[in-house]
Design a protein around this ligand. Structure first.
Ligand code: FES
Length: 89
């Protein structure tokens, strides 16, 4: 069944891209253009992607805390916590 009629992309194609590592509608769009014209299929693509396991999505959404960090602690991506630009001048 077609998910994206603008580009003729099927559910199977979306699932294959998801199995290949695409976790978000944007990544699906990068892989096959689905969702990049009228956008009418984006919600359906999101539904197909669901809430399955996706390590990259966990990283993007900050769900993975560094080892040893207390549960619920904010995740710092790179740099030293507390080191601001005001110290650099
Ligand atoms: S139906 Fe997918 S971009 Fe239009």
């Amino acid at each position: 069944m077609y998910v994206c009629s603008c580009f003729g992309i099927t559910e199977d194609q979306v699932r294959r891209h998801a199995d290949g590592g695409a976790c978000t509608p944007r990544q699906i769009a990068s892989a096959c253009k689905a969702g990049t014209d009228c956008g009418g299929c984006v919600r359906r693509i999101q539904a197909l992607l669901g809430r399955g396991e996706c390590p990259r999505r966990d990283l993007v959404e900050g769900r993975t805390a560094p080892a040893g960090a207390p549960a619920g602690a904010p995740v710092t991506l790179g740099g030293t916590p507390g080191a601001g630009l005001s110290d650099a001048a």
